[in-house]
Write a protein of this length. Structure first.
Length: 236
């Protein structure tokens, strides 16, 4: 997984809190568009310091960064319940349907069947926040169901693109292993480590199999978690 210019600049702002505009010149013309998006999202703002333009991360930006990184926290023992989210929005309201899909995807939900999304995580509060933000009222429904052990793997394979996820882990493991060998020689090992940790968090965001009982026998996930812990030593 390669970070986008937006993600790289976002990480830089989060790490240094305030960055002069000239420091962003390495991204060339893309920097202007990225900074515009970050401002529109409310994640960054512009201010003059000593006659020089600086960009800094906002409180909303810090919350968004924390939201992504919260996937790094080990889920612990799964409570054995699947969370189902259903919505019924006519196709003519395509913009609203797309906004719902994007919101659910960001929570890591998979598609069990059309308009039925699923997750093993306790996302009730997150779903309620989506309902309020998009003014969905009774359009968005949330259910919890007890697991069926004989169907768990079938549910997972049907709801998520596991081959794509496996490929993401392979690429991360290869790149992180390579960078850790030379990280001590890096002029800024902290920011480099943060970039790879951010990549790992983005993979976990797409990964439905966060409960450890599904991951503990998975060699790729174990390797990725070990590499993350090594990278974290350069940040904490």
């Amino acid at each position: 997984m390669v970070l986008t210019p937006l993600q790289e600049i976002f990480i830089l702002l989060e790490d240094e809190k305030k960055v002069p505009l000239w420091r962003l010149a390495r991204w060339g013309k893309q920097a202007r568009g990225v900074l515009g998006k970050l401002k529109n999202y409310g994640w960054a703002a512009k201010k003059m310091f000593n006659g020089e333009t600086h960009y800094y991360i906002t409180q909303k930006g810090e919350k968004e960064f924390d939201r992504i990184l919260k996937n790094l926290k080990e889920a612990g023992k799964w409570d054995g319940r699947w969370r189902l989210v259903m919505f019924n929005v006519p196709e003519k309201q395509r913009d609203l349907r797309d906004r719902i899909r994007r919101s659910l995807t960001r929570l890591g939900l998979g598609i069990l069947q059309p308009s039925v999304w699923i997750s093993p995580k306790n996302i009730k509060n997150d779903v309620e926040a989506i309902r309020l933000k998009l003014n969905l009222k009774n359009t968005l429904k949330f259910f919890e169901v007890t697991r069926n052990q004989s169907l768990d793997q079938t549910i997972i394979k049907k709801s998520w693109n596991l081959p794509d996820l496996e490929d993401s882990y392979k690429k991360f493991n290869f790149q992180a292993t390579r960078i850790l060998k030379v990280l001590d020689k890096d002029p800024n090992p902290r920011i480099t480590a943060k970039k790879y940790i951010f990549q790992y968090a983005l993979i976990l965001q797409k990964d439905p199999i966060l409960p450890w009982e599904f991951r503990q026998k998975d060699v790729l996930r174990q390797a990725a978690n070990k590499l993350y812990l090594e990278l974290r030593e350069y940040v904490v």
